[in-house]
Design a protein around this ligand. Structure first.
Ligand SMILES: [Zn+2]
Length: 136
């Protein structure tokens, strides 16, 4: 029991003894966190305004908005393209022979022509590329 009391004492004295500098740093980081949260909220609200306006105008910006609307359409096209590419990349599997990526539903590696079989085949790389590509 004596031991527990001592632990309690040392904990409170630690709290009280926290230097002003440490406390100030903790306050700062707390304030920074709050600031960041509110900045993010603000960002979200501005975004909402922009999105609503864009949708209201159905992508047809007038006057000074014309250019920025064009930029939005351009970037949206890029993000669509990237999403498609990511989907394709996700469906790619490495060739067991050359390591090149091929669509998972392909029967042969489009890089080296090796049959794309699920792992577990007994013979490994018995057949080396022996044919002379570098003929003079
Ligand atoms: Zn291959």
């Amino acid at each position: 029991m004596d031991f527990l009391n001592k632990v309690g004492e040392s904990l409170t004295s630690f709290g009280n003894g926290m230097s002003a500098r440490t406390k100030n740093m903790m306050d700062q980081s707390n304030l920074n966190n709050q600031l960041r949260q509110h900045e993010n909220t603000l960002k979200g609200l501005y975004e909402k305004i922009g999105r609503q306006y864009y949708e209201e105008k159905q992508g047809k910006g007038e006057g000074e908005y014309a250019e920025i609307f064009e930029q939005v359409a351009g970037v949206e096209a890029i993000t669509d393209e990237l999403r498609k590419k990511i989907e394709i990349a996700k469906s790619m599997v490495p060739c067991p022979k050359c390591g090149g990526l091929t669509e998972s539903n392909s029967r042969f590696c489009k890089n080296c022509g090796n049959p794309m079989q699920p792992a577990g085949n007994t013979e490994d790389t018995a057949e080396q590329q022996s044919s002379g590509d570098m003929q003079s």
